[in-house]
Design a protein around this ligand. Structure first.
Ligand code: NAD
Length: 332
C-alpha cells in the first residue's frame, strides 16, 4: 500500500484526513509539534492503527531533520497541512507566521525527492476581498493579511520547486471548513476560534447565553447579513483523496490550484436558522455594527475541481450544523 507523509496531523483538518487515510489502509507517517493542538488524535491513531507512525517536530526549525525523515520514509505522497491559521494573530505576530508557515513549506520542498507528489493546504484568503463572485481560480491573488501573504508565498514556493525539482503539486484553496467527521474521533478545537460563526454558535449553547452578536445586517445580500461558502470537513477531506488520484494519474511537473467549496453562499441568518432547527436549540440574534475586515460575500466557483478532480461537495448546511454539534454536545 502507498505511503503518505502528513504534516499537521494532530490538528483539525490534517487529523481528519489522517483518520480517513488510515481507514483506507495507507501507511502514514505523521508530523506535528502541537503548536496549535494536543496529542489526543495522535494517541488514538497510535492505539488503533498499526500503520501509523509519528514524529514530534517543528518543521520550520531543522531542514536537515526534515530531509532525514523524508529519506527514511520515502513517501509516495506528502500532504502538508501544518501551519498557523489565525488571521488576527498573524497581524500582531508577522515574524511567527512567516517563520512558521513559509520556512516549514521551504524545508518540506527541500526535502522532497524528484517525483514526489504533494498536496498543500491553501486558503480562499489568497483572493483577498475579491469583487468577482463566485471566485474562480482565474481571479486575482491579493494579500490582505500576513496569513494571506504566507499562503500566497507558500504557493509560489511550491510552484517554483515543482518546476525545478520535478515535484508534482496541487494547492487546494479551502473556503470555510466546518463540522466534524461523523465518527466523532477528530473534532475541531472550538476554543481557539472565538470569531468564527460555527464555534461561536457552539460556545453560546455551551455557556447557555443563547444569544450571538451578528456584525452587520445592512450588507447588499439577500437578508442583509454576510454570506460565506461553508464546506463540511468530510467533503474537504474527500477533495484531498480526489487530488491524490488526479496527481497519481497525471504527468511530471504538474502544478495546479483548485478551489474546494460548495459554490453556495449561505448567510449568517441562514446558518443560525439551520443550526437551531436541526439541533433543537434557540439561539437568538443581536445585530451590531459591521466588523472591520469582514467582506460582504465570499464563495467559490468549484467548477474546476468538479471537472478535473471529479470531486463535488455533497453535504448540506443542515448536515454541517448537525455534525458540528453532535461531535461536541457531550463534552463537558
Ligand atoms: N480551518 C480553516 O478554516 C482553514 C481554512 C483555510 C485553510 N486552512 C489551512 O489548513 C491547514 C490545517 O488547518 P487546521 O484547521 O487543521 O488547523 P489546526 O491548527 O487544527 O492544525 C494545524 C496543525 O499544524 C501543526 N503545526 C503548525 N505549525 C507547525 C510546525 N511548524 N511544525 C509542525 N507542526 C505544526 C499544529 O500544531 C496543528 O496540529 C492550515 O495550513 C490552515 O492554514 C484552514
Amino acid at each position: 500500500m502507498k505511503k503518505i507523509l502528513i504534516t499537521g496531523c494532530a490538528g483539525y483538518i490534517g487529523g481528519t484526513f489522517c483518520y480517513e487515510a488510515l481507514k483506507k489502509n495507507y501507511e502514514v507517517l505523521g508530523i506535528d509539534n502541537f503548536i496549535n493542538s494536543t496529542d489526543k488524535n495522535i494517541k488514538y491513531f497510535k492505539k488503533n492503527f498499526s500503520k501509523f507512525r509519528f514524529v514530534d517536530l517543528d518543521l520550520s526549525i531543522s531542514g536537515e531533520k526534515v530531509k532525514d525523515i523524508f529519506n527514511d520514509f520515502a513517501p509516495d505522497y506528502v500532504v502538508h497541512f501544518a501551519g498557523l491559521k489565525a488571521v488576527g494573530e498573524s497581524e500582531t505576530k508577522p515574524d511567527l507566521y512567516w517563520q512558521n508557515n513559509v520556512l516549514s513549506t521551504m524545508n518540506i520542498m527541500e526535502a522532497c525527492l524528484s517525483g514526489t507528489r504533494l498536496i498543500f493546504s491553501s486558503s480562499a484568503t489568497v483572493y483577498g476581498e475579491s469583487v468577482i463572485q463566485p471566485i474562480s481560480e482565474k481571479c486575482a491573488i491579493k494579500s490582505e493579511s500576513v496569513y494571506g501573504s504566507t499562503k500566497i508565498s507558500s504557493e509560489l514556493l511550491i510552484k517554483d520547486y515543482s518546476r525545478t525539482k520535478n515535484i508534482e503539486a496541487i494547492c487546494l484553496r479551502y473556503f470555510n471548513p466546518v463540522g466534524s467527521h461523523k465518527d466523532g474521533i477528530v473534532v475541531e478545537d472550538y476554543t481557539n476560534k472565538p470569531n468564527n460563526l460555527m464555534p461561536k454558535l457552539i460556545e453560546v449553547i455551551k455557556n447557555k447565553s443563547n444569544e450571538i452578536s451578528v456584525f452587520g445586517n445592512d450588507y447588499n445580500t439577500q437578508d442583509g447579513t454576510g454570506e460565506r461558502d461553508y464546506i463540511h470537513i468530510s467533503d474537504l477531506v474527500a477533495g484531498h483523496f480526489s487530488a491524490i488520484e488526479y496527481i497519481y494519474d497525471n504527468e511530471e511537473n504538474l502544478f495546479k490550484t483548485y478551489n474546494l467549496g460548495t459554490g453556495k453562499a449561505t448567510s449568517v441568518l441562514e446558518l443560525v436558522e439551520s443550526f437551531n432547527r436541526v439541533n433543537s436549540t434557540n439561539i437568538k440574534i443581536d445585530f451590531t455594527d459591521r466588523r472591520k475586515g469582514d467582506v460582504e460575500v465570499c464563495y467559490a466557483d468549484p467548477h474546476l475541481a468538479n471537472c478535473e478532480l471529479k470531486w463535488k461537495a455533497v453535504y448540506s448546511i443542515d448536515e454541517m450544523c448537525r455534525d458540528a454539534w453532535n461531535a461536541v454536545k457531550n463534552d463537558t
